[in-house]
Design a protein around this ligand. Structure first.
Ligand code: NAP
Length: 491
């Protein structure tokens, strides 16, 4: 409210989207209006129609500008074209605005009966949204071997861990669990775990634990009520957040937010459901719930609780529910459900809304993130070679090549398992070998970083005269610690 007593409205970019999108968006707008939610819409376009008009990303410049101006968007599902266009408009938006925190609340809703009803499920999954294998850096290494880079960064891990702790405090939650595969991927997934352990002590009022992601999936089904906030990397989060949504009624009712330092985008988890599009049958609960998250994000707590309670009581009383939540043949359409929620505005359900405080991400500087260790040395290189030789033949050939160089062949692995020198294991070989050469005398690196390059070039030239190589990885040591992993089987 400003000084004259007028309620100030927050401008939000509205994206009605594709398929059932416009139907659930319109329903949300109607409920917001009836609840006097302090929102002013700036409507914009993205998705299927844009692809058809030749916008390669599915998101035209005006839409990007609108979101950049407002810093807020409520987005209905966008279709990803199959057979043309290529890019996903959803991913474009996430990456363009660096919306790194995907927040997926999972709470048992009244009247939505599932095999887990009554367990008191009430958790939030905080998924890193832009890094990991989803960076999409993929290469065919040989005609039969594909590679995808799993990139995880210290700032990427730190900001998502901080987001999880910040959210837990804002929602007065009690525990944050970090779920990783750090036991196998010690450098990438391990980075998330180490960051969690480093940042955690700054939040002494929150209980904290770590769980291996596969056990997390298991525990989510065995005893989901034990979880409060789970923070995890992109692909882990993608999978367990859908699993968790399934525990409380499925994707059709699940909301999410995508938060970044400069913009926030709120959306339903489900897609455009083309089978029921245009029929007036869609359930607007997920998008409406995303809208409620957005109201809390801007501090409009009163409107958020009013709408949430009207939704809860509508679901609890079970009158006028859409087909997906009703016994076969008893569902109503989107409009009748929306009317019912509007009629219930002002009533309270038996399920209280959670206590929220304003939650803001820790803003990150727009600089290139860089950490310089005190000491760095170059200890070797991995050269990835395409070959149909046996491991023994390849090993002997590379040992001969390395003889008059500053390197020695340390070993060869195939899909991460040492095959030369032989270990006695029974590894199936593909034509893609990681050949590890160590410097006979490791090279301390100074700021010029040029050290070691003539030696590497010399070795690679010699290898290239006899074999096809795809790429090279430098093996470094930072502050006395090896900055690389060893293959399975290496002693
Ligand atoms: P989907 O659109 O979520 O639909 C799967 C099924 O779920 C629907 O056929 C429908 O089941 C049910 N459903 C989903 N939302 C519902 C709602 N609000 N009310 C009632 N029922 C609902 O998944 P999809 O068919 O895999 O994807 C379709 C398109 O959406 C694709 O182009 C995909 O790329 C896109 N997509 C977009 C997003 C996004 O924008 N974030 C997310 C996922 C998918 P019944 O047929 O049984 O009624």
């Amino acid at each position: 409210m400003d000084q004259s007593g007028t309620i100030t409205k927050t401008k939000v970019t509205g994206l009605p989207g594709d398929g059932i999108g416009p139907e659930v968006f319109h329903a949300t707008q109607r409920i917001f209006e009836a609840a006097a939610a302090p929102i002013e819409w700036e409507m914009a376009e993205a998705g299927a129609e844009m692809f058809k008009k030749g916008v390669g990303t599915g998101v035209p410049r005006e839409t990007l500008d609108s979101i950049a101006r407002n810093g807020l968007a409520l987005k209905s599902p966008l279709e990803t074209p199959v057979g043309f266009g290529g890019k996903s408009a959803n991913v474009t938006l996430r990456k363009y605005f660096e919306l790194y925190a995907n927040i997926r609340p999972v709470r048992e809703l009244p009247g939505v009966i599932t095999p887990f009803s009554g367990r008191g499920i009430d958790m939030v999954i905080v998924r890193e949204n832009v890094e990991d294998v989803y960076a999409g850096i993929e290469h065919m290494q040989t005609p039969s071997v594909a590679q995808c880079l799993k990139l995880m960064t210290a700032p990427g891990c730190e900001r998502i861990v901080r987001a999880a702790f910040g959210l837990a405090e804002a929602e007065t939650r009690k525990k944050v669990t970090c779920a990783t595969k750090a036991n196998i991927m010690k450098l990438t997934e391990g980075m998330m775990k180490r960051m969690f352990e480093k940042v955690g002590p700054e939040y002494p009022d929150l209980a904290q634990d770590h769980i291996i992601i596969d056990n997390c999936a298991h525990q989510l089904v065995i005893a989901p009520e034990q979880f409060d906030v789970i923070v995890t990397s992109n692909m882990n989060g993608d999978i367990i957040s859908d699993l968790a949504a399934g525990l409380v009624g499925g994707l059709g009712i699940a909301p999410s937010s995508n938060l970044g330092d400069h913009a926030a985008m709120f959306e339903a988890v489900h897609g455009s459901a083309p089978q029921i599009a245009g029929k007036g049958l869609a359930n607007p609960t997920a998008l409406l719930s995303a809208g409620i998250m957005m109201l809390r994000h801007i501090g409009a707590f009163e409107a958020a609780t009013k709408i949430e309670q009207a939704l809860f009581i509508t679901l609890a009383e079970g009158k006028n529910l859409t087909g997906d939540l009703s016994p076969r043949g008893h569902g109503v359409g989107t409009d009748a459900f929306t009317d019912q929620v509007i009629a219930n505005l002002g009533r309270s359900s038996n399920l209280p809304s959670r206590d929220y405080k304003k939650f803001e991400l820790v803003a990150w500087p727009d600089l290139t993130a860089h950490t310089e260790p005190n000491t760095r040395s170059l200890v070797g290189i991995d050269v990835f070679i395409e070959s149909d030789l046996s491991a023994q033949e390849l090993g002997q050939a590379l040992e001969a090549i390395a003889q008059d160089t500053p390197f020695r062949l340390n070993g060869i692995s195939n899909r991460g398992v040492q095959v030369f020198p032989p270990t006695g294991g029974q590894t199936f070989l593909v034509d893609h070998f990681a050949c590890r050469f160590m410097f006979k005398n490791p090279i301390p690196l100074n700021a010029s970083l040029a050290n070691g390059q003539p030696e590497i070039s010399y070795l690679v030239q010699r290898i290239g005269a006899k074999f096809t190589w795809m790429h090279i990885e430098k093996l470094q040591n930072f502050d006395g610690k090896d900055a690389f992993e060893r293959p399975q089987g290496e002693g």
